[in-house]
Design a protein around this ligand. Sequence first.
Ligand SMILES: [Zn+2]
Length: 154
Amino acid sequence: MHCPFCSHEETKVLESRIIEDAMRRRRECLKCSTRFTTYERALFNIAVIKRDGHQEQFEIAKLSSSIQKACAKSEPEVVSHLAQTLYRKILNKRTNPIKSSVIGSLVLAQLKKQDQMAYVRFATIHKKIEDTKHLEKELNLVTREQRVSSKLSE
Ligand SMILES: [Zn+2]
């Protein structure tokens, strides 16, 4: 790692800390003594094939914001954790480029386990549930399951 100020090659690591998906290091240049920070992050570029056929680079921030829209009441940390989990699942598909519909299905499967109202909202936003009959069926399923779980907790 070169010092950004004097380009000297040797630096001393003062502190290492894992922050979300990155390793943050506080460094000090052994020549000019300037302190600076580096972030080490695993990069793996995934291309997403959209419904209209064009491709764009996968961005975890976009995934987070579409999950955030569905999980209206969820804490940002919950959404960020969910996005990280999904990112790992997307990587583990070992499919590159990957279709946006495959990502959508992964999101739906995860939301169904974690937050059923968010699941229905995400499905509606992304028009995964196209006919209203299907939507009604899903909503009934959610309310029925909620009734069962509230009965169990009584
Ligand atoms: Zn330096």
